[in-house]
Design a protein around this ligand. Structure first.
Ligand code: PBG
Length: 328
């Protein structure tokens, strides 16, 4: 191309009105899912040490938090229960208890705000005495013995009022098994948000502290993906899609924006990204030291997910972002 007049991209950045007119991407509270940690007891709102301003809620304070989120425009929460060690076993029995903490948490959310969507994590780790997402036998994670456990867990959550089941376990074939179980139990309207490209990441550290859910032995590398791979994410996406996922997710977020973009360009399903606990902790820690401007870096981070092609963002920043929007 040749031209004899100067081309000036800066004209489109000349003032705030112009910049907003030509802005390509936007973050909206409509896109955000707020993760919430739930504990037993009453009157508890206990800060997670490695996640300032993020709390473990007992059911009464959970109700209060959910109403606040709803008032701020947040329409979806992802629930994570911290299960007492005495209730953990090798087959995640407690996950099926209709009076279990997770089930009561789902009911609490739905009775507080009936239109608040409940996104419910399915994996064995919160309930497992081994701390793994799958069933362990002789130090191995046994895929096909895990599947029926996950399917029953999903149905138990649907019974309690789950809107969306989010399998985070990375077992092969889990989406189809869960879909079939939900349909057979009469929950064909309950959706599946598959953790499709979930990497074996060190960025989950603060989450495992929050729930005391770290593996007792070994690591999660035989089921979670190798951080070095992108084409493998396409393979997982193809499988989850064929098995009936309604939405697919990439996790973690910031270090995996290329994977978000690749899936967004290759899938017809809504793409979610999980801005995980370690990513939250990094910004909080830098801000605490006065090394970064917290609010600007949070907004820039959330925007990066939209720019990469994410439709949905799970983020511990969801509540504060919504409150900033409200102020604006
Ligand atoms: C459990 C699960 C994990 C996260 C979400 N679901 C931890 C893990 O896989 O070890 C991590 C979320 C975060 O770090 O914010 N399967």
């Amino acid at each position: 191309m040749s031209y004899n007049i100067p081309i000036r991209p800066r004209r489109n950045r000349i003032n705030a009105s112009m910049r907003s007119l030509v802005q390509e991407n936007h973050v909206s509270v409509n896109d955000l899912i707020m993760p919430l940690f739930v504990i037993e007891g009453e009157g508890h709102k206990i800060e997670v040490p490695s996640m300032p301003n993020i709390y473990r809620f007992s059911l009464d304070t959970l109700a209060q938090e959910v109403s606040e989120l709803w008032d701020l425009g947040i329409k979806a929460v992802a629930l994570f229960p911290a299960i007492d060690d005495s209730l953990k076993d090798s087959i995640a029995t407690e996950s099926l208890n209709p009076e279990g903490l997770f089930q009561r948490a789902i009911k609490t959310v739905k009775s507080t705000c009936p239109d608040m969507l409940t996104i419910c994590d399915v994996a064995m780790d919160p309930y497992s005495s081994d701390g793994h997402d799958g069933f362990v036998e002789n130090s191995e994670i046994i895929n096909d013995k895990t599947l029926p456990i996950l399917a029953k867990m999903a149905v138990a959550q649907a019974q309690a009022g789950a809107d969306i089941i989010a399998p985070s376990d990375m077992m092969d074939g889990r989406v189809s098994v869960i879909r079939e179980a939900l349909d057979q139990a009469g929950y064909s309207n309950v959706g599946i948000l598959a953790y499709t490209a979930k990497y074996a990441s060190a960025f989950y550290g603060p989450f495992r502290d929050a729930l005391d859910s770290a593996p007792k032995a070994g690591d999660k590398k035989t089921y979670q993906m190798n951080p070095a791979n992108t084409r493998e994410a396409l393979r997982e996406a193809e499988l989850d899609t064929a098995e009936g996922a309604d939405m697919i997710m990439v996790k973690p977020g910031l270090a995996y924006l290329d994977v978000v973009q690749t899936l967004a360009q290759n899938s017809q399903l809504p793409i979610a990204v999980y801005n995980v606990s370690g990513e939250y902790a990094m910004l909080q820690a830098a801000a605490e030291k006065g090394w970064l401007d917290y609010r600007s870096t949070v907004c820039e981070t959330l925007m990066s997910f939209k720019r990469a092609g994410a439709d949905i963002i799970l983020s511990y920043h969801a509540k504060e972002f919504a409150s900033w929007q409200k102020e604006a």
